[in-house]
Design a binder for this molecule. Structure first.
Ligand code: SAM
Length: 458
């Protein structure tokens, strides 16, 4: 298997207590974008000294700025079914938790989508528990159809990323045919013994089958895959090296690694308290992990959810996070429940702000909130996306698209305060577009948009 446990233990042992010089050396190498070895990454993971950490954060911030500019992609999850045959120790949906399970009818899915569209969302992550009888692949496919066809005034969902359990090549082919964005699956933990302990007697309990899910997805033609670790289940340093090995395996075998990495931290949930988890990450370790991921895989998007507080989210955007969820509900039918004042969640969330409030803060901090979904619709996926990103040309496409979708959001869903804040950034950023032809095209599109036209994607 491509997660070599003994090798990870060995380099973690060898790199204990690194000197300032060793850390500096690795950071110099990272600055040159030479690519870091597992040992280099392990050295950074062992850094404890305050000054060393500051240097790591600084470099992560510079890399993020260089590659992603000021853009921050915004999305929301949509939970459609909490039926689950698994018994994941840490999860509120585990089968031992007795509560009335539900899955949304297509009318209810459409209702949730309409609420999300009214919040201005264009990009969703479809979430459901694993249950081949109550929520089989056909149910997920039907949900995708419903989501894409539920349009409402200017509201439409243009990209759906899908987070469903590990499955067969045949099922991944069906998902691919529906036109999904990224296929997301968290390994939860790369540490095999911990994985087995956390997933007792269940479909999800097969470490190897779970680990090879992206291989099957790629064989089925899905070329954007999004990984993740549920931080808190095992040693975070082991997990980061596990992520790197998984990514390297995909790059070697399929020519393209992770499109995104998510960094959820374990939260209390129904029937889940956090006393028995010796590896919970404190804020210092968490920030270090995010910054090191940014340095180690500069072109992979980093996703942060509302499990984190507004303060932590604001800080991690500086060190490397490039996508955040906003206005999220983590319960089945949760958006409607929220409107009715009785929302039930899969796990505790810590940022309850609406997308408008979050956008205002992003703008205050100088970011361009982006609802762009153009890459997926224009076929810029997999290695096509990566080569565009690596050549530095992505800025000619992403920046103008971010600016245009920001104006679209403010016109359709914003208030006066948001419009004014956005206008300021839009005016400055349009002038900063480095190519004259693209700058002029963008300006023309912005003008058209103010007159109600929407054909503006590069
Ligand atoms: N059923 C899908 C599967 O098996 O991959 C995933 C859907 S689940 C709704 C999405 C993710 O929520 C899980 O992969 C897990 O990492 C995360 N999760 C579960 N329990 C959690 C908890 N207590 N705190 C934080 N995240 C949790």
């Amino acid at each position: 298997m491509f997660i070599n446990h003994d090798f990870i233990y060995k380099i973690l042992e060898e790199t204990k207590n690194p000197t300032n010089e060793e850390i500096k050396e690795v950071l110099e190498k990272a600055k040159k974008r030479d690519g870091l070895s597992y040992k280099d990454i392990a050295i950074l993971l062992q850094a404890e000294d305050k000054n060393d950490l500051e240097e790591i954060y600084k470099l992560a911030g510079e890399i993020k700025k260089d590659i992603y500019g000021k853009r921050v992609v915004v999305f929301a999850p949509l939970y459609v079914s909490d039926y689950c045959v698994n018994n994941c120790v840490y999860c509120g949906y585990k089968r031992d938790n007795k509560f009335t399970r539900r899955k949304l009818t297509m009318e209810e899915v459409a209702e949730e989508v309409r609420i999300l569209e009214k919040m201005g969302h264009k990009r969703l992550a479809l979430e459901l528990g694993e249950d081949p009888v109550n929520a089989p692949i056909d149910y997920a496919l039907e949900c995708l159809d419903t989501i894409y066809k539920t349009q409402n005034a200017n509201g439409e969902i243009r990209r759906v990323n899908v987070n469903i359990a590990a499955t067969t090549v045949e099922n991944y082919k069906k998902l691919n045919e529906k036109g999904i964005g990224t296929y997301i699956l968290f390994q939860e933990t790369y540490h095999e013994d911990s994985y087995n302990k956390m997933h007792p007697k269940s479909l999800k309990g097969d470490y190897e089958y779970h680990l090879t899910a992206f291989d099957r997805a790629m064989e089925a033609g899905i070329d954007d895959v999004g990984a993740g670790v549920l931080f808190g289940l095992a040693d975070p340093r082991f997990e980061v090296l596990g992520l790197m090995m998984h990514n390297a395996h995909l790059e070697e075998k399929y020519g393209v690694g992770f499109h995104t990495i998510s960094v959820p931290r374990l939260q209390p949930a129904n029937g889940v308290t956090l006393e028995n988890y010796p590896y919970l990450l404190d804020d210092k370790m968490f920030k270090k992990v995010v910054a090191i991921l940014r340095i180690a895989v500069p072109f992979t998007g980093l996703i942060l959810s509302t499990r984190e507080t507004p303060k932590m989210r604001r800080e991690l955007l500086k060190y490397g996070v490039s996508q955040i969820s906003a206005g999220s509900s983590t319960g089945v039918g949760g958006y409607k429940q929220r409107e009715e004042g009785e929302e039930i969640k899969q796990f505790k969330t810590n940022d309850e702000r609406s997308p408008i409030e979050i956008l205002k803060e992003l703008l205050d901090d100088g970011y361009i909130p982006s609802y762009c979904t153009a890459c997926y619709r224009k076929g810029r996926t997999g290695d096509r996306f990566m080569s565009l990103a690596k050549s530095g040309n992505i800025k000619y496409v992403c920046e103008p698209n971010a600016i245009m979708t920001l104006l679209e959001f403010t016109l359709d869903y914003g208030d006066k305060e948001l419009y004014d804040k956005a206008q300021e950034i839009i005016n400055t950023e349009v002038e900063n577009i480095p190519r004259e032809d693209i700058k002029n095209m963008t300006k023309a599109s912005l003008e058209k948009m103010k007159n109600g036209e929407r054909d503006f994607y590069l």
